[in-house]
Design a protein around this ligand. Structure first.
Ligand code: PHE
Length: 388
């Protein structure tokens, strides 16, 4: 059959019936009112005002109606949809305001509260300084060597040409492990790492070894039965004392700044020959021996002049007016050590040095009491910050 569908009664189309439209509107308004959060309201919006909501579907049907019915239904549906979207907007405004108010209360920051009840710990300055020292040498292509703190007497003494009658072997200096006949000591210096290295590696050897050492010293502001040294050892063909001097000057200026060099004073160590004590140009007075804080003027830039004026008097407190600071011992490796470790002294020569790390830290940072390094007061360590 052709022609208009005479059976079609728009009033019969479900969503367009007045009570159906009303019911859909009321359901929408009730859902909007009961939406307690912005998320809930979003869901309600999709369900009651979205493309597939009852009212949207009804709206779509209107176009198919005959003109007369279209007007009536259009009005009815349009009003219902208008009421729903108005209610949505109103509810949205209320919920947004509530949300903002809640954020202001819940996320408020009390700036008077202590910011950190459990401050992060800091690494011990001896650890960071040891690593820094290692870095200076690793940058020159050296390697880090290690040895145990509980050491064989032979490596701590004999291999290093410390004869059985050497004073350093007496009970005064050395901690002996029980029973004494095992000949085990707490190493008294890092020098046994020289022997360990030469016994395990073939030259060329370029190593540096920071570590803990032990001596039976009284515990006071300048002595401790446990302290730290850094050992350096080079064994290669054609190594001379000049290489030693150059390496230590580089080490000194890397640690204490440009222009800080070293001097050697004749000394004696059984494992080096010739041997020297190493002094460092005092990096506070830069060798003048005068207290730079006395008689200096404050320049226009506000910085204190580095050099004391001629009217300066008073000694530099860091070097006690010497201009130099004792730093450690060094020398050319004694051929007897090379022989004891199986290295051919006709072909190879070397140098070695040993510095106190605790001392280096103390004068580098103005620490006056050695005990501060060992007593574990977190305020001391914290003052160095969280250096990595
Ligand atoms: N081991 C020596 C000491 O503890 C220092 C040192 C090391 C001297 C290497 C010379 C060469 O005093």
């Amino acid at each position: 059959m052709s022609g208009p569908n005479t059976d079609y009664d728009p009033v019969e189309v479900t969503p367009l019936k007045a009570d159906e439209v009303e019911a859909a509107r009321d359901a929408a308004l009730a859902a909007i009112e009961s939406a307690g959060t912005l998320e809930e309201l979003k869901r309600v919006r999709t369900e009651h005002a979205g493309d597939r909501s009852a009212l949207a579907l009804a709206n779509r049907e209107i176009g198919a109606l005959p003109p007369q019915a279209r007007k009536e239904a259009g009005q009815r549906v349009g009003q219902a949809r208008g009421a729903v979207s108005k209610a949505l907007a109103a509810r949205q405004a209320v919920l947004e305001a509530e949300h903002e108010e809640r954020i202001l209360v819940e996320e408020a920051v009390d700036v008077t509260l202590p910011w950190d009840r459990y401050p992060a710990g800091a690494r011990h300055p001896l650890t960071t300084l040891s690593e820094r020292i290692g870095d200076v040498f690793v940058a020159m292509g050296w390697e880090i060597a290690e040895g145990p703190v509980v050491e064989a007497e032979w490596l701590n003494f004999d291999a290093l040409n410390l004869g059985a009658d050497h004073p350093a072997r007496t009970m005064q200096d050395t901690f002996w492990m029980e029973p004494p006949e095992n000949a085990i000591v707490l190493r008294t210096h890092t020098s046994p790492v020289q022997a360990r290295t030469l016994l395990t590696r073939k030259p060329p050897v370029y190593v540096v070894c920071p570590g803990r050492v032990f001596r039976t010293d009284e515990y006071d502001a300048t002595h401790s039965p446990v302290f730290h040294q850094v050992e350096g050892l080079v064994v290669d063909e054609g190594i001379t004392m000049a290489h030693l001097k150059g390496s230590l000057d580089h080490f000194a200026s890397s640690m204490f700044g440009e222009g800080i060099t070293t001097r050697f004073r004749p000394s004696y160590f059984p494992f080096t020959e010739p041997s020297a004590e190493v002094d460092l140009v005092c990096f506070v007075c830069r060798g003048t021996g005068l207290d730079p804080a006395v008689g200096t003027s404050v320049g226009a830039s506000g910085s204190t002049a580095a050099e004391p004026t001629s009217s300066a008097h008073g000694s530099c407190r860091t070097c006690k007016g010497e201009g130099w600071i004792e730093w450690g011992g060094c020398g050319v490796v004694n051929p007897r050590v090379l022989v004891a470790c199986g290295v051919d002294p006709e072909r190879y020569t070397g140098f070695a040095f040993g510095m106190g790390i605790d001392r280096t830290l103390m004068f580098r940072h103005g620490v006056e009491d050695l005990r501060d390094l060992f007593e574990g007061d977190v305020r001391f360590v914290g003052a160095f910050g969280t250096e990595i």
